[in-house]
Design a protein around this ligand. Structure first.
Ligand SMILES: C[S@@+](CC[C@H](N)C(=O)[O-])C[C@H]1O[C@@H](n2cnc3c(N)ncnc32)[C@H](O)[C@@H]1O
Length: 238
């Protein structure tokens, strides 16, 4: 795996944010869930504490907790400074200020770091890099991807996105991706081409408004039905 830690910006969201971003119902928490590009998010830890089943994968899991912690320390102030510079491009509803955002993020990432060594032993954290996943077909009910696909549309091609989503569809019955915005805050130009390409392959994709918005305009996720029911030509809605 080719990733270098000094090129990665580890930054992780928590359980409540995942529930809102992916519109997870109480019943859906019981599904077997794959969190792709999960990074130092505390979602897996908080779900596991409640007795649910999540496997997370990310290339940074090849590093140990100390190494990830030091990289978080290195990038932390820069991220908060950038948020301050771009203050008006965020919705300040769930977080009171950039400093408060930082505190919430650090609290979540500390939970992740504490649990990470155990989680690796229990095979809940696996080193893996899209567009390839080390799982058998249909292993999961639901695959999630937060703040990676579409967000880095300037860095990753439409082919990479399609290959990654088809791979997530291979291992899960349904895929949900959030947000549909790029880092700059504009809607990703890859969203519509990807929906069309998925449609020609017979997958049903739906854009759904959700009750979460931190990047202004970032209140939509995409849901892709990958199981037999999803393979219905022209059954696309958005
Ligand atoms: C901004 S973080 C998002 C973390 C988490 N999903 C969240 O929303 O809190 C993006 C993550 O994508 C991971 N990443 C980078 N390249 C990847 C790839 N090819 N496949 C899977 N994950 C990748 C990075 O290591 C990083 O942890």
């Amino acid at each position: 795996m080719t990733i270098q830690l000094d090129k990665v910006v580890p930054w992780g969201r928590n359980f409540n944010e995942y529930v809102s971003m992916f519109d997870l119902t109480s019943a859906e928490k019981n599904l077997t869930i794959l969190d792709c590009a999960a990074g130092p998010s505390s979602f897996n830890y908080e779900m596991t504490l409640q007795g649910y089943n999540v496997i997370s994968c990310d290339p940074i899991y090849q590093f140990n907790a100390d190494e990830i912690y030091h990289r978080i320390q290195e990038v932390y102030q820069n991220i908060i400074d950038q948020v301050k510079e771009n203050y008006d491009t965020f919705v300040w509803q769930n977080f009171q200020s950039p400093e408060n955002l930082g505190k919430v993020r650090i609290a979540g990432m500390e939970k992740f770091l504490q649990y990470f060594p155990n989680g690796v032993e229990q095979k809940r954290y696996l080193t893996a890099e899209l567009p390839k996943l080390p799982f058998e077909d249909n292993k999961f009910d639901l695959a999630l991807c937060s703040h990676f696909l579409f967000l880095y549309s300037d860095q990753f091609s439409v082919e990479f996105h399609l290959e990654s989503i088809l791979e997530m569809c291979r291992v899960a019955k349904e895929v949900r991706i959030f947000p549909l915005l790029k880092l700059s805050g504009e809607i990703s130009p890859l969203v519509m081409p990807i929906i069309e390409k998925l449609s020609t392959k017979g997958y049903r994709a739906e854009i759904r408004e959700i009750d979460y918005e931190f990047q202004k305009g970032g209140n939509q996720m995409i849901r892709i039905s990958c199981g037999m029911l999803g393979k219905h030509p022209l059954a696309i809605s958005y």
